[in-house]
Design a protein around this ligand. Structure first.
Ligand code: HEM
Length: 450
């Protein structure tokens, strides 16, 4: 099934009224973007100002709009001038046509409302109970004094979390392993440079895996209905709309598949980068450890997590440097004026959280790692409502934000209570920016028992 692209007019390709540079034929500026997204943004900002044109792969023509004013216009968007579905249909539409982010207006509102119970505080409390044993088991398996690649390891842990909390499977079961494989194949389809349904292609394999995931979920819906199971999938199976009807199978599959996608890589990237910064800044590792040691229980609760403020500032500061989603897309639904620029209808617009997060106009010494900038006294992130957007903003603001933070805090609680995290001597990795930001080598670390 593919997104209904017929309901969209073709993208506007006439951006000749804007300064900019298209890049190479077919690839546009994608190669530079993959190498260093931030450098492309900085270069365009310096040479062309906040609004400039460029091409991405397959010569998709886009308008890069940099700074909080444009973030606010595209994300807050009270008049529906920007479409998220239009912005993402070219990239996510092929594999996640029914994802929440691929819906606009009333349809999106309905989806969001149906999803809300799975993200309320009561639900989050039950997820903590599910997360605790998984993280505990995975962290107990770690071997001290032996270097390992943290990114690979945290991926496994978070896959267990996905199987248990999102789908309600025993994370060690054969079904969970199969799901892991299916999910890996779908993800490869999202980043393949040749996203076409051709024989033997990565993309075709991804489409088949998406079909397998759909069959797997849809077959399980009847057995989850009427139960009081507390995983996200079972909650969706038992959710009802305003007319007291269960959600349709296609919607349940669409939401759960998209949640898996939206949650997994983003959190993997965030936790990898948090450990990088805690390894680079041992004084902050100590501060976080002290905070953790002040929590009285050994099995932390949801409320214990809420108390861990310094850990939260570290999480926020890491996402300031490297927000898991480096670029957000929208498409204008009509001619729009923003900041004195007239943007024509059907123009694909690209905004950059990390560029905004490093703008000197909005942040004090933006290149310094300084988690206290998020403390209530300084609150630099509140200088503008849209200068800090690691979770987006407006109607599509990340629904899993609190879950992500809690999952990360819980993991750090267990890890740092038992281990000191060490990076290789003089470690200064290259950061990849695409598909998600992280040290290119996956972050080699060594743990020392405390
Ligand atoms: C550190 C982790 C995460 C980051 C940085 C992150 C970031 C984001 C961002 C930037 C958006 C908005 C995209 C846009 O407007 O174009 C978003 C949307 C979304 N996220 Fe997250 N996310 C994270 C974790 C999660 C988790 C754990 C879940 C689910 C449990 C999740 C589910 C979603 C969903 C469903 C949407 C679409 C919401 C909508 O369209 O209404 N995310 N996320």
């Amino acid at each position: 099934m593919a997104i209904d692209t017929k309901s969209f007019a073709a993208d506007n390709r006439d951006l000749s009224m804007f300064p900019g540079e298209y890049g190479y034929p077919f690839f546009g500026k994608t190669i530079e973007f993959v190498k260093d997204t931030l450098a492309v943004c900085a270069d365009h900002y310096e040479r062309f100002g906040p609004v400039s044109r460029l091409d991405m792969v397959k010569n998709q023509r886009v308008l890069m709009c940099l700074g909080p004013e444009f973030n606010e216009a595209a994300l807050f968007d009270p008049h529906g001038n920007f479409s998220a579905a239009g912005g993402y249909m070219g990239s996510l539409g092929g594999l996640y046509p029914d994802g929440m982010l691929l819906r606009d207006g009333k349809k999106h509102k309905k989806t969001r409302r149906a999803s809300q119970p799975a993200f309320k505080t009561d639900a989050l409390r039950t997820y903590v109970d599910m997360l605790n044993p998984i993280q505990s088991r995975r962290i107990d398996e770690l071997k001290p004094d032996e270097e390992f690649i943290f990114y690979d390891n945290i991926q496994q842990t978070l896959m267990d979390v996905a199987a248990k909390v999102f789908i309600g499977l025993d994370e060690t079961s054969a079904e969970a392993k199969m799901l892991h494989k299916i999910f890996e194949n779908i993800n490869k389809g999202l980043i393949t440079p040749v996203p076409y349904d051709l024989p033997f292609s990565t993309f075709r394999k991804a489409l088949k895996s998406r079909e397998s995931l759909r069959n797997f979920l849809v077959t399980k819906i009847p057995e989850r209905r009427g139960t009081e199971l507390e995983d996200m999938f079972s909650r969706y199976c038992n959710a009802k709309d305003e007319d007291e009807n269960y959600l349709e199978d296609v919607d349940i599959d669409g939401h759960i598949a998209f949640l898996l996608f939206a949650a997994f890589d983003t959190t993997t990237s965030a936790l990898t980068n948090i450990l990088y910064y805690l390894g680079k800044n041992p004084e902050w590792q100590e501060k976080v450890r002290d905070e953790i040691n002040n929590v009285s229980s050994d099995i932390p609760s949801y409320d214990d997590m809420a108390e861990m403020k310094l850990t939260e500032y570290v999480f926020q500061e890491t996402l300031r440097f490297y927000p898991s989603v480096m670029i957000l897309n929208r498409r204008t639904t009509r001619d729009v004026e923003v900041g004195g620029y007239e943007i024509p209808a059907n123009t694909v617009v690209m905004i950059s959280p990390p560029f905004t997060h490093r703008m000197e106009e909005w942040w004090t010494n933006p290149l310094e790692f300084d988690p206290m900038r998020f403390s209530p006294d300084r609150a630099e992130h509140k200088r503008h409502g849209f200068s800090y957007i690691p979770f987006g903003g407006g109607a599509h603001k990340c629904i899993g934000m609190h879950f992500a933070m809690m999952n990360a805090k819980l993991y750090l609680f267990r890890l740092l209570k038992q281990y000191k995290v060490n990076l290789p001597n003089n470690y200064d990795p290259r950061f990849q920016h695409v598909h998600l930001p992280r040290p290119e080598d996956g972050l080699p670390i060594t743990l020392t028992k405390i």
